[in-house]
Design a protein around this ligand. Structure first.
Ligand code: AR6
Length: 174
């Protein structure tokens, strides 16, 4: 099932929430800052360990940590593309974020997962195009994977919420 809510992803009671991180994995502003603030230092510690081992995270890829004080069990950190006009592979890289996060989730036994609107804040990806890519990629993944029970799109700003509502037909739709 695909669900839609407007709110703060740090409050979601799901197996995993996804973070719109940067390739350093060392935190930042936006949803990344909110997740590290609410989750506490354990998340950053694990990010540092991953960084020491593999040197951060490339755009479109994803890594997993526990979730510290958050109600979720895991945080999946993915790095969205910075919008640079759209001819630098941004759409594919954004689709990779959703696909790789879902793959990593399933590999870790996650059945419920919440996504923020990756790249649509500081990284300036146009919101309508990002919504199309997010929804299509998740729908394709769910059509081929029976283990995932629920994917929740958590929209923070009104514009994204409106765009997702238009595309998904309101709250808690399949
Ligand atoms: N819950 C859910 N969504 C949120 C929250 C929240 N608490 N706070 C913001 N958003 P952004 P990006 C939405 O800028 O564009 C960081 O510094 C927000 O409305 O967080 O991928 C990283 O370290 C927007 O729709 O991420 C990177 O350097 C969406 O989250 C860089 O920003 C994504 O906005 C990544 O930029």
């Amino acid at each position: 099932m695909i669900s839609l809510i407007q709110g703060d992803i740090t409050k979601q009671q799901v197996d995993a929430i996804v973070n719109a991180a940067n390739s350093s994995l060392l935190g930042g502003g936006g949803v990344d800052g909110a997740i590290h603030r609410a989750g506490g230092p354990a998340i950053l510690e694990e990010c540092r360990a991953i960084r020491a081992k593999q040197g951060g995270c490339d755009t479109g890829e994803a890594v997993i940590t526990t979730a510290g004080r958050l109600p979720a069990k895991y945080v999946i950190h993915t790095v969205g593309p910075v919008w640079n006009g759209g001819h630098n592979g941004e759409p594919n890289l954004l689709a990779n974020c959703y696909r790789n996060s879902l793959q990593l989730a399933v590999a870790n036994g996650v059945t419920t997962i919440a996504f923020p609107n990756i790249s649509t804040g500081i990284y300036r990806f146009p919101k309508p195009e990002a919504a199309d890519i997010a929804i299509t990629t998740v729908q394709q993944f769910m059509a081929n994977d029976n283990d995932l029970q629920q994917v929740i799109f958590v929209c923070f700003d009104d514009e994204n919420y409106g765009l997702y509502k238009e595309r998904l037909g309101g709250e808690r739709q399949r």
